[in-house]
Design a protein around this ligand. Structure first.
Ligand SMILES: [Mg+2]
Length: 160
């Protein structure tokens, strides 16, 4: 997080994590209960002012960028293609957002990262001079009822 210089933060671009932030891991659609908030965020940060930076979609693990393509179609938001995963891609993210015309990003402190992982999303923010907004519980929190139910269901199916 940038040191407080006494001024209000001026966020000109937002970096959004995918898994457990606005989508269920391995899915490429917006988690339904978050749909309206997602659209409000898009309206507040239109075009390339909003960028999805995932450690699954758009990485080398995403063969041919298929997951990134699907995600872009489902969200209308650009998915960052990167070889180095978070937290190591802060400099590339900054360069990308700085070079997009219309963003008016000139300093890292004009970027906010929203994510649920301290060791990737928030670490990248801290290493890069971005603001970090930590989503503590994500879409499907660990050991939540939903995840336990899926685990139980999967065990049940494979045991038949
Ligand atoms: Mg995540």
């Amino acid at each position: 997080m940038p040191l407080n210089d006494g001024n209000e933060p001026e966020i000109r671009a937002v970096v959004l994590d995918k898994d457990d932030c606005f989508a269920i891991p391995k899915e490429t659609v917006i988690y339904k209960p978050y749909y309206d908030k997602f659209q409000a965020l898009r309206a507040a940060y239109p075009g390339s002012r909003l960028l999805i930076v995932s450690n699954s979609a758009g990485t080398r693990d995403d063969i041919g960028g298929q997951e990134a393509d699907l995600l872009e179609r489902a969200t209308g938001v650009k998915v960052f293609r990167h070889k180095t995963k978070k937290p190591g891609c802060g400099a590339q993210v900054f360069e990308f957002l700085r070079n997009e015309s219309g963003n008016e990003v000139t300093r890292p402190s004009q970027i906010a990262v929203i994510g649920d992982r301290l060791s990737t999303d928030i670490m990248m923010a801290n290493m890069s001079g971005f603001w970090g907004l930590w989503i503590k519980d994500g879409v499907v929190p660990e050991k939540s009822f939903v995840r336990l139910f899926y685990s139980w269901e999967n065990v049940g199916v494979s045991d038949i």
